[in-house]
Ligand binder design. Structure first.
Ligand code: SAM
Ligand code: F3S
Length: 431
């Protein structure tokens, strides 16, 4: 009889990983498991991993080794299992040889593999299978495609997660409907290149078709999607966002560099001129758009002048948020064979220059909302305040004695900073 039906789930990385972690939690809780905060309390220990940069991989290896004493190979382990999933997992056999104390390695997003392992493991331990249904989060993440068909020269994700596999629309609709029935009010559709959705399916549906298919689900108030690739974004998708009121006007459009030569060596498949034109079309069709992007600094061979081009582009295009990463060579990628010739201190300097620029721009964007009223979908509490997001995905906090979780609050903004805002409730928001 299984004594300890509890699980410890450690998760780092992108939104896709977070979506996978939520699915893992849901499957385990359906089987009667309860989450615990410390691995030594758990029957099942699961690490959901990321290796997009060396720093992430170092954290995974550190965490993995720290769990060894708690496993069957360690001294403290009866009835306990350790599973490792996510982008750390390339060749399972090599990994199993290197980390014999791990019970099972699973590829990214292999929830079915995890469920199969758990069912067999439970059978071996003669455990009963209760079936409670887990309430959904207010804002849920829904993968609509896995993997990626692009081959950016720096990216290990496309290697570890494989080619793009889109889910059929009917399956996505059923998934979203189920989440809404269990309390979700917002969904974010996920894909490494969400705007390439469907190009691998026989009828070649696109993201606009998915948006339309879920739009009329009753009880669903907001729809988002990420990450978009500038090369794959079509006018059809932009028009759907403009036309469908539940689709939030917030975009995650990864630019990576503001210099054409660097973009070419990254194999991104577009020019900076194309990117400007695309931004213009988006802002024209959806005037209240908020647009976020990703930038890598210190790519092999990136000169001061090329970096300066990126700085100028950020200054001109005035994104709402920019995720800035220092380039990290990843094994097996084409760029890992090139000299990593921008020294770490210089990468850091470039990163800080962009961070400071963006902090100013983000602060200016948010300051325009001072005294304005915005509708905030409340998804939780933090340090005694209610927390939620605007349609433009801006974080807003407010104080109130009322219960606001899962509701829309109309909030007048009284303070703004670059990363969040504070306001006071003036009434109920409109879905
Ligand atoms: N699909 C998106 C796109 O079109 O770029 C992004 C997916 S990627 C897995 C997530 C982010 O991690 C990228 O936007 C990039 O900025 C960052 N990233 C990926 N590989 C990296 C590397 N080798 N070094 C630094 N940052 C990296
Ligand atoms: Fe990676 Fe480029 Fe795809 S960043 S996930 S190969 S679009």
């Amino acid at each position: 009889m299984l004594r300890n039906k509890s699980y410890y789930l450690w998760d780092i990385g992108c939104q896709m990983n977070r979506a996978d972690a939520r699915r893992v939690a849901e499957e385990l809780e359906r089987r009667g498991y309860v989450p615990v905060e410390r691995p030594e309390q758990a029957g099942l220990m699961i690490l959901n991993t990321c290796v997009v940069r060396q720093s992430a991989e170092d954290k995974v290896v550190g965490r993995l080794n720290s769990l060894k004493p708690l496993t069957q190979d360690g001294e403290d382990a009866p009835g306990r299992a350790l599973l490792v999933m996510g982008c750390f997992v390339s060749d399972e056999r090599d990994l199993q040889a290197a980390y014999p104390f791990v019970d099972r390695f699973l590829k990214p997003s292999d929830i079915a593999g995890l469920v199969e392992f758990v069912d067999r493991w439970e059978e071996a331990q003669d455990a009963p299978l209760p079936d409670p249904t887990r309430p959904a989060e207010v804002a849920e993440l829904v993968p609509i495609s896995y993997g990626c068909d692009h081959h950016c020269t720096y990216c290990i994700v496309t290697i570890r997660r494989g080619d793009m596999q889109s889910r059929p629309i009917a399956e996505i609709v059923a998934d979203v409907r189920g989440l809404v029935q269990r309390g979700a009010r917002e969904v974010t559709l996920l894909g490494q290149n969400v705007d390439d959705y469907g190009s691998d399916l026989p009828e070649r549906p696109d993201l606009a078709d998915v948006l339309r298919a879920i739009h009329d689900i009753e009880g669903l108030w907001r729809i988002r999607f990420l990450t978009s690739h500038p090369k794959d974004m079509t006018q059809r998708i932009i028009d759907a966002v403009a036309e469908l009121p539940k689709v939030c006007p917030s975009w995650e459009l990864a630019l990576q560099s503001g210099d054409n030569e660097v973009l070419r060596r990254m194999a991104r498949g577009y020019t900076i001129e194309h990117f400007y034109e695309l931004m213009q079309r988006i802002r024209q069709a959806v005037p209240d758009s908020t647009i976020n992007t990703d930038i890598i600094v210190g790519f092999p061979g990136e000169t001061e002048e090329q970096f300066e081009h990126t700085r100028q582009v950020l200054e001109e295009l005035r994104f709402d948020m920019v995720h800035i990463a220092a380039y990290s060579p990843r094994p097996g990628t084409p760029s890992a064979r090139w000299e990593d010739d921008v020294p770490p201190e210089e990468k850091e300097r470039r990163r800080v220059v962009l961070e400071q620029l963006q902090e100013r721009i983000a602060g200016e964007h948010n300051a325009r909302l001072l005294d304005q009223q915005v509708d905030v979908l409340v998804d939780g509490q933090q340090r005694g305040r209610w927390r939620g997001r605007t349609r433009g995905n801006k974080l807003v906090f407010f104080e109130s004695e009322q219960e606001w979780l899962g509701r829309l609050a109309r909030v007048r903004i009284t303070w703004t900073g670059p990363w969040s805002m504070i306001g006071e409730v003036v009434g109920e928001g409109t879905a």
